[in-house]
Design a protein around this ligand. Structure first.
Ligand SMILES: Nc1ccn([C@@H]2O[C@H](COP(=O)(O)OP(=O)(O)OP(=O)(O)O)[C@@H](O)[C@H]2O)c(=O)n1
Ligand SMILES: C[C@](O)(CO)[C@H](O)COP(=O)(O)O
Length: 252
């Protein structure tokens, strides 16, 4: 891989509503310590020397607002582009990826909803791709025992089995990819989608899942407990506490 191809660009899907967080502005624009989640996430990426460009997939009706927001938070001197996101996370990533210049060889995909990812995780993911992996995910071991169940709305749900926790990981972002691998699996997924729902496989929730679906090899590097996703109201409470601790330690 030549030097230009080794520079990473990051796609930040930020077009979600945040239904599970409750009523309010789109989740990426909600505030954590007085700063939008999206701004935290973009800053986390730009702290990494591995990342040369960030493409944000914003809510389709909020592109101008997001550009102004990033500028007003001191990010105007960074190479950041904003495109309109799509109706699903997958579509938002695909639209962001399309805005990355052809010469960029490494692409990271990072949720706007993971505002506190430490720079070490970003670096580790980019390094693993540079070192030859085609797809890399940061992940952490599970704290709880997990049961596989027969879903029954309202329950009770019969337990099918208990997977060995030692073989399970909770997956985070940024996920890193050789650019051509990510582009290829997104193109294949789009073709699959356009071919219609009949016999379609269940939707995947992350980009590495697409690589797996089409036969690629994904490897895991250590994630970080502070890279958790802000999904429900309690996550925001935890994120405020983590941020307050960082600010008190003057590490932020
Ligand atoms: N159409 C969508 C849906 C999601 N995302 C982004 O994907 C990331 C992870 O998704 P998630 O936490 O599920 O966000 P939401 O879809 O907003 O959450 P919810 O399912 O609660 O509505 C978020 O940064 C979100 O903005 C996106 O860019 N475009
Ligand atoms: C990409 C992701 O954050 C990895 O954990 C996750 O899959 C997003 O999925 P969600 O279903 O939107 O929570």
């Amino acid at each position: 891989m030549n030097a230009t191809a080794a520079i990473a660009a990051a796609v930040v899907p930020a077009a979600g509503r945040g239904e599970r967080l409750g009523p309010g502005a789109p989740k990426a624009l909600r505030e954590l310590g007085g700063v939008p989640l999206l701004v935290h996430a973009v800053r986390a990426l730009t702290r990494s020397r591995a990342v040369g460009l960030v493409v944000v997939a914003a809510p389709a009706d909020g592109v101008a607002e997001v550009v102004a927001l990033l500028d007003s938070h001191g990010l105007e001197d960074k190479d950041i582009r904003v495109v309109a996101g799509g109706a699903t996370r997958q579509e938002s990533v695909r639209l962001g990826l399309a805005a990355i210049p052809a010469e960029v060889g490494v692409v990271l995909v990072h949720d706007a909803a993971r505002p506190l990812v430490p720079v070490e995780v970003v670096d580790a993911v980019a390094s693993a791709v540079r070192a030859g992996a085609e797809a890399v995910v940061p992940a952490v071991p599970l704290a709880d025992t997990v049961k596989r169940v027969e879903p029954v709305p309202g329950g009770p749900e019969p337990v099918l089995d208990t997977p060995d926790r030692a073989t399970l990981r909770a997956v985070q972002t940024p996920q890193g990819f050789r650019r051509e691998v990510l582009a290829e699996v997104h193109a294949k997924a789009l073709t699959e989608e356009s071919a219609g729902a009949e016999g379609a496989l269940p939707p995947v929730t992350d980009d590495a899942g697409l690589v797996e679906r089409f036969g690629g090899r994904v490897v895991v590097v250590p994630g970080h407990e502070e890279a958790f996703k802000v999904t429900r109201p309690l996550d925001l409470v935890l994120a405020e506490a983590v941020l307050a601790r960082r600010r008190a330690a003057d590490a932020y």
